[in-house]
Design a protein around this ligand. Structure first.
Ligand SMILES: Nc1nc2c(c(=O)[nH]1)N[C@H]1C(S)=C(S)[C@@H](COP(=O)(O)O)O[C@H]1N2
Ligand SMILES: [Mo]
Length: 196
């Protein structure tokens, strides 16, 4: 198990980012209802500025090499949860399988509930950005994004799409669900980049 809870030292002096409050609970924040999913028809796609667009069935995705990381989770509404053990595949692993084009600079994640979120490519090409399916050794609860979600411990949690089923590599930024509503494109918690 890899502990990445010291990640904050790259961004600031405090583990708890400014304006955040620690909670031991794991609140649920979704724009709407938890979407249905069917393991037999579920498909994960990698598209856009890549050499090889990819699709994975649920079984194929689960066969990818996984790792477990203990991460902190920071919600833009002001709560942080420490020591979250997430298991999944790293973003750089998926990027390597698809072969990212030189002119790709942003990434748009999409999800079963039509949520989208955009991050600069360099913020995604990090070992701590995981496509996670387990939390604390158990399948991720449906309301927390099961079967599969993204986690971004170095960014506010709205950058981590729950129920993720698509990754598109972009040659120019595109605003996602919360970014269109005024939330930050970069979302660094230690700089309190909440709004744009
Ligand atoms: N697909 C999807 N992903 C999403 C959201 C959502 O509404 N839909 N909400 C985001 C927000 S604002 C936060 S804070 C986290 C919340 O994750 P949690 O419900 O597991 O705490 O998920 C993010 N990912
Ligand atoms: Mo959030």
């Amino acid at each position: 198990m890899k502990d990445v809870t010291d990640l904050y030292t790259k961004f600031g002096s405090d583990r708890l980012p400014p304006g955040q409050r620690e909670t031991s609970k794991f609140p649920v924040l979704s724009k709407g209802a938890t979407p249905q999913w069917d393991p037999d028809s579920w498909e994960f796609s990698v598209t856009g500025a890549v050499e090889t667009p990819l699709t994975f069935s649920w079984e194929e995705f689960r066969d990818l090499p996984a790792q477990t990381q203990v991460q902190d989770f920071h919600c833009v509404t002001g709560w942080s949860k420490f020591d979250c053990p997430f298991t999944g595949v790293t973003f750089p692993m998926i990027a390597e399988l698809a072969g990212v084009d030189d002119d790709a600079c942003h990434v748009l994640f999409s999800a079963l509930d039509d949520y989208t979120t955009d991050l600069p490519l360099e913020d995604c090409m990090r070992e701590e950005v995981l496509f996670a399916w387990d939390f604390d050794g158990e399948p991720l609860e449906r309301e927390h994004g099961g079967p599969l979600r993204v986690v971004t411990p170095h960014r506010y949690a709205y950058k981590g799409a729950k129920w993720v089923n698509g990754v598109e590599f972009l040659t120019e930024p595109e605003l996602g669900y919360w970014e269109r509503r005024g939330y930050s494109e970069t979302a660094n918690p230690w700089r309190e980049e909440r709004y744009s």
